[in-house]
Design a protein around this ligand. Sequence first.
Ligand code: FAD
Length: 470
Amino acid sequence: MMEKTELVTRLKEIAGEGNVFTGTETEPFLSEPRGRWTGKAAAVVRPGTTEEVAAILKIASETGTPVVPQGGNTGLVGGQIPDMSGTAVILSTARLNRIRDIDPDGNTITVEAGVVLQAVQEAADAHDRLFPLSLGSQGSCQIGGNLSTNAGGTGALAHGVARDLCLGLEVVLPTGEILDDLNKLKKDNTGYNLRNLFIGAEGTLGVITAAVLKLFPKPAGRATAFVALPSPAEALALFARARGEAGNGLTAFELMARIGVEFSVRHIEGVRDPLGEHHPWYVLMEISSGQSEEDARGKLEAVLEYGLEDGLVLDAAIAESYAQHADFWRLREGMSESQKPEGGSIKHDISVPVDSVPDFLAEADKAVLAIEPGSRICAFGHLGDGNIHYNISQPVGADRKVFLQLAEVITPAVHGIVRAHGGSISAEHGIGQMKRAELAETKQPVALDLMRRIKKAFDPAGIMNPGKVL
Ligand code: FAD
């Protein structure tokens, strides 16, 4: 490995003096928002072009220097944080922040990896188009990070996950070679789909530097309701009805347990309970229409009417203004943040087949409450994708540290139930450092072996984000 001072000198020659940080300047890049993982780095470098990324990776390959790509640093599994050895270089994509092209007729936008998700949404909106990827972290996370984690979010129901929204990629390989696959083609059957290997690879195969993303027509109308229900089983029946009524126009169907609504109301400024009364479960449902507001509203009302008649729906509020629509969403988006002041939380980001969600929830609740009876189970998420954030807050008054130690028994119990339903232990956040051991224990051996062979073929020197995923 190269001497640190020589490495820093060479990085400065490539990216410029002001774009290489060492010592205390690296601190903002060394931990993530939840404060769960902390690392050390020899340096942080912020390249401004694809060619600079290529030159950095070439040196890293030659010198065996580990490289940790970092986008908006909002990842929830520690993938963007280096280990404690202090040997790694963090490659921040913050300066790769240009929108290279927007083609409203062809419904594409070509952006560099460091463009913040919200900026892509805004650029699309300015051209009367929709970029449907939508996450609670959209003001900070970047497209490179979204693709590398194959992010999901609330828009996945109608438009798919990040992978489904990407037509082309530009990637720098660990050797410094540039793979230019920035095509705009819907149809391209010319061999293996290399792009899909980098999407969801969490920076272990190369650095994504730019992407061609799909845009969609902006809906002409949208109607949103906040709905109370007796249980997840009724929510599932209502989902089937809403899908039947609106098809792909059903643009959100977010399930929330009562306790999550209480947390959000208690801790997120300006959030209030739209229904006022205590109900066991809620759904935030949104229907969009290519035709008009009236069409969206008509469909939403038809679904609710059916739900009320059939006893699926206990009560519902329809947003009468954009402000009210935004209030409903703030309540839902505040659900992660509002768990923090409630003490320790053991979190799971799981998916099961959609029709298994009610059984999964019942079985997991039973298992968790048998282990720690006072646990407050704050389950919420994207019911229509079978993706539940199955989070468990500590009992009121419990010792945080002692409760968090229970993750050693609670998580295997929850994940065991997930697997019994044919589900996934990481629906949208990835593996990172957090679930690496569990991946090794649970992934089919043939699949794991293939992943290792792919890693070896792409990154023979093993410099790309070591200690993550595999
Ligand atoms: P980072 O955190 O910087 O990096 C994530 C991973 O990608 C790391 O392994 C990193 O090494 C790698 N990486 C980053 N950039 C590149 C690149 N250019 N090339 C190669 N590898 C790279 N996620 C969801 O899926 N759905 C949600 O609904 C959701 N909601 C969230 C809400 C909140 C409040 C928060 C804090 C997070 C949420 N997340 C969600 C998780 C997170 O925002 C996503 O994983 C996001 O895609 C990460 O993007 P980032 O730019 O912050 O990436």
